[in-house]
Design a protein around this ligand. Structure first.
Ligand code: EPZ
Length: 417
């Protein structure tokens, strides 16, 4: 397992280009199962999770061709199997997103229960009970979801919680259902809207995107199309926070700052000097003071930026209180930051961070994707070398993170273990 050796303290300088969003492309790639024709995706980021999704889709029978760097075609004439095996699904729970498309176009699916992951149990009850409301016969057997239906029927669905994955699965399921489906209390994340735009490009009839009530009128088939996903707002937030932690002047390009409103506003409240453009944010050296952060569904503060905020808070003047409301176990970065000297106390689902304790480089362990990013950022402020181990967690969602930070002047080296 590789590790990243980060020399600190370091300043950063220059510009960085953000890749297309992992959390947009993962459901969109699954959505390619719905198309009768060829779908072409561009600027697909080279990430471990994307490769896992492609492996699952090819296992199911999707023919995937690489046309050029970042451009792929997907064609699904007929399936090889309806089964998404535990071996594949256990490595990436977003695999559950193939359930809706498989049921909608191929009327049958056998998908392993994703199981929990480091950050929580991550149930899929909202996905399943709403697919049943659309007429699917669903049983759970031996850790697998067995689902079948003659043809899904449109239904009026209300999500108990604005689940991103459930909204995505149900939107995709509804595109080929008979009649109209309304999803109330739908998730509002930009990645949901992006999925909706992709489905519309294939001929789906969808209204109410960017709202909590999405209406999908079922059609008989969907055609191929060409599509490029939105920029990765979570990757962008990670670089913006890295710039602030290292007191640097950097420009973060190729994403929509509107998708980070809650994060940028909070950072500015904490003293960050940020300039926003059409598709970029410029960071200038700023005196950061502690703040209160509560994660929430979009448009609230994203849980995927919580770990990075804890790292920033270690550098802030005063105390910060960061409360995680979405996942039950998303503070695994805290013990690792404490080993670097950070003054953090966990109280219930809050991290209380006293800024100003000097950080020392240390060997630290990645546990989940965003916690790992927080450790890299801390390494920029720590005295000495921080060895970030099990970097495969980072590779899941950060394209070329070592090269991108090295391009900003960081001394960061990837070492094969
Ligand atoms: C998506 O996960 C993202 N993953 C996560 O990003 C992100 O943290 C999360 O949305 C919240 O924004 C992808 O898009 C691939 P949810 P998802 O369903 O769909 C509960 C990253 O770092 N819930 O909105 O799994 C669940 O337990 C990853 O890139 C149910 O109870 O998120 C959790 O507490 C991590 N029943 C909450 O909802 C269900 O049926 C949020 O889950 C579904 C969810």
């Amino acid at each position: 397992m590789d590790k990243l050796k980060v020399n600190g303290p370091t300043g950063l300088k220059g510009e960085v280009s953000i890749s297309k969003a992992k959390n947009a492309y993962l459901p969109i790639l699954a959505g390619a199962l719905l198309a009768e024709g060829i779908v072409t995706f561009k600027e697909v980021p080279n990430l471990r999770d994307i490769r896992t999704m492609n492996k699952l889709l090819e296992h199911l029978g999707v023919e995937i061709e690489q046309v050029e760097d970042g451009t792929f075609t997907y064609q699904t004439q007929k399936l090889k199997t309806h089964e998404a095996s535990y071996e594949l699904v256990k490595t990436m729970r977003a695999s559950i997103c193939v359930l809706g498309p498989l049921l909608s176009r191929f009327k049958k699916a056998r998908v392993s229960l994703p199981g929990g992951c480091a950050i929580g149990t991550r149930p899929i009850d909202l996905h399943l009970k709403n697919l049943e409301k659309m007429g699917a016969e669903i049983t759970i057997e031996g850790g697998y979801v067995e689902a079948k239906v003659d043809r899904l029927k449109g239904a009026h669905l209300t999500l108990d919680f604005p689940s991103v994955g459930a909204t995505e699965n149900l939107m995709m399921a509804a595109t080929l259902a008979e009649g109209t489906t309304v999803i109330e209390n739908a998730a509002l994340e930009p990645e949901i809207t992006d999925l909706g735009h992709f489905l519309q490009a294939m001929g789906a009839k969808i209204e109410g995107l960017d709202s909590k009530s999405i209406t999908i009128h079922g059609v008989d088939s969907l055609r191929g199309c060409e599509y490029t996903a939105i920029g990765d707002r979570i990757e962008a937030a990670t670089y913006i926070i890295g710039g602030l932690m290292s007191q640097s002047e950097i420009k973060v390009n190729n994403f929509n700052p509107v998708h980070l409103d809650a994060v940028l506003e909070k950072l500015e409240q904490m003293g960050a000097k940020l300039e926003r453009g059409e598709d970029w944010v410029k960071v200038s050296p700023s005196k950061i003071v502690g703040g209160e952060i509560d994660t929430a569904p979009y448009p609230g503060f994203p849980t995927d930026v919580q770990a990075q905020m804890v790292a920033l808070a270690t550098q802030a003047e005063g105390t910060s209180i960061i409360t995680e409301h979405i996942f039950e176990n998303r503070f695994m970065h805290v013990p690792e930051l404490q080993r670097m000297g950070a003054d953090i106390r966990i109280k219930g689902n809050s991290a209380i961070v006293k800024g100003g304790a000097p950080l020392k480089g240390a060997p630290v362990m990645c546990t989940d994707l965003r916690a790992s990013a927080a450790l890299v950022l801390a390494g920029f402020c720590a005295e000495g070398v921080t060895e970030v181990q099990r970097v495969y967690h980072l590779d899941r969602g950060y394209e070329k993170i070592g090269e991108k930070f090295a391009g900003l002047g960081a001394t960061i080296e990837r070492v094969k273990e």
